[in-house]
Design a protein around this ligand. Structure first.
Ligand code: DGL
Length: 259
């Protein structure tokens, strides 16, 4: 890791707007001088696509970031992290980090009891990949429930973070859960924006694992601590409607800021 460099530029890749929740964590910690964000808004959602398509999109993102002289790439998208990381790493000249391993490490740092109830939420493609479930089982966590909750994605994209609609969806998705879990892994870029609603639904009990905070912790623990906090410039690119994405960025980064 090039933390001794004067100027650090990170690429952040997501299927659309959701990765801005990861950007927010990076901005808050001031780890980088520049963030180049690319949201593939023309093809979102990835969570409903099959593995080969997600890999192809991931490789195309590497081509995009090759134009920017980035020091590292963070794949904010859990779906891409679950399917495409090894192939993306083969194709890039810079380190590529996903969010699944950091999420698992963040959980391990907070929940030591191996019989804790862990709830993993993600898109269909993320949950089908079984990446979270496998890694948690390998670490000895025995009680893991994974649920596809992809319908939260368009609702969050609409700017709805709580209230009746979110409540109804939680009642639907969590109908078989008998008692509040000890931890919830928010295994999708969009879910941090409804983290408070989910936490409240479970009576405030679970530890909430957020990909953005997890990747910051992970990068810091892997030697990327620049000493002084940096003023970060954020540049936003999109495959469709970049103006709309910049507008969402303004609203979301503010909404998260208020929390
Ligand atoms: N960014 C995706 C993820 O974190 C959610 C949106 C999508 O399905 O593309 O899994």
């Amino acid at each position: 890791m090039k933390c001794e460099k004067d100027f650090l530029r990170v690429g952040v890749f997501d299927s659309g707007a959701g990765g801005l929740t990861v950007v927010r964590s990076l901005l808050r910690e001031g780890l980088f001088d520049e963030i180049v964000y690319f949201g593939d808004t023309a093809r979102v959602p990835y969570g409903t696509k099959d593995s080969n398509t997600i890999i192809r999109y991931g490789l195309e993102a590497i081509e995009f970031f090759n134009n920017f002289d980035i020091d590292i790439l963070v794949t904010a998208c859990n779906t891409v992290s679950a399917h495409a990381l090894p192939r993306m790493r083969e194709k890039s000249d810079y380190p590529v980090y996903g969010v699944i391993e950091p999420g698992i490490r963040a959980l391990e740092n907070r929940i030591q009891k191996r019989d804790a109830d862990i709830l993993v939420l993600g898109t269909r493609a993320t949950i089908d990949s079984a990446r979270y479930q496998r890694e948690l089982h390998n670490l000895g966590y025995e009680r893991v429930t994974a649920i596809q909750t992809g319908m939260f994605v368009p609702v969050v994209e609409e700017g709805i973070f709580d209230g009746e609609i979110v409540e109804a969806m939680m009642r639907h998705y969590f109908r078989d859960i008998e008692s509040a879990p000890d931890a919830v892994i928010l295994g999708c870029t969009h879910f941090p924006l409804i983290s408070t609603a989910i936490e409240d639904y479970f009576g405030g009990k679970p530890v909430m694992i957020h990909s953005g905070d997890a990747i910051v912790e992970y990068l810091e623990s892997h030697g990327l601590s620049p000493g002084a906090k940096r003023d970060t410039e954020l540049r936003i690119f999109a495959s469709d409607n970049v103006k709309g994405l910049r507008e969402i960025a303004r609203n979301w980064l503010e909404a998260e800021h208020r929390r």
